[in-house]
Design a protein around this ligand. Structure first.
Ligand code: GLN
Length: 210
């Protein structure tokens, strides 16, 4: 089974570890650069994106994280994790940075404050049945680059908002699949990690054969 890390500086780490295990991966928390170096893919959990941003720099994970993402490590971000993976944050905290792994602009707390948390049955591209999506002070995606595939949109108060995207090896959702017992989104990511692993190992075999 692929080894998938869950960035464990803040946020709902345990829930992601559980969901990844249900989806057939081996899952480990990642707090140190040495741990990051061993994983085949990484989940950035829900939590508070400005806090996670601050902590990854304090834990000296910022540079290794950017390097692994640039090198094609598969990644999945839920909620705060989506904000961190994005290329631009609208309404970010002062000095808040993002990792730029997705060509999207996210708006933090876009649906409103805590009271505006909600759940809906959401059709998601690639899933046969709708997914019970839990939104908690969630961001939405306000701009989508041309290489980004939109996997889901939600309708609120008469307008549609992008809430799930994929660009190559990077997946992100505004909602929290780790908070339900439905492992299908995590299974989709585990499959992305498997695929990336076999493409990379074929490339390595070709390189050594030369
Ligand atoms: N509002 C949070 C942020 O800006 C995200 C909330 C969540 O992850 N549930 O990071």
């Amino acid at each position: 089974a692929p080894l998938i890390g869950v960035l464990a500086v803040q946020g709902d780490v345990v829930e992601h570890v559980r969901a990844l295990t249900l989806a057939g991966a081996q899952a480990v928390p990642v707090r140190r650069p040495a741990e990051l170096a061993t994983v085949d893919g990484l989940v950035i959990p829900g939590g508070e994106s400005s806090t996670i941003d601050r902590l990854i720099r304090i834990f000296e994970l910022d540079a290794p994280l950017r390097a692994r993402l640039a090198d094609g490590m598969p990644a999945f971000g839920s909620c705060a994790g989506m904000i961190l993976l994005s290329g631009q944050i609208l309404d970010g905290h002062r000095d808040q940075r993002c990792l730029g792994a997705l060509d999207i602009s996210t708006r933090r707390n876009a649906f409103g404050r805590q009271v505006d948390s909600f759940e809906v049955d959401l059709p998601v591209t690639g899933l046969a049945e709708p997914f019970r999506a839990v939104f908690i002070r969630a961001p939405w995606v306000e701009r989508v680059g041309e290489d980004v595939e939109v996997l889901a949109r939600v309708e609120r108060e008469g307008s549609e908002h992008v809430v799930a995207v994929r660009q190559g090896r990077v997946l992100a959702t505004s909602f929290h699949p780790e908070m339900t017992d439905d492992p299908r989104i995590h299974a989709l990511f585990v499959e992305m990690v498997r695929e990336a692993g076999s493409i990379d190992s074929r490339a390595n075999t070709r390189a050594t054969a030369r």
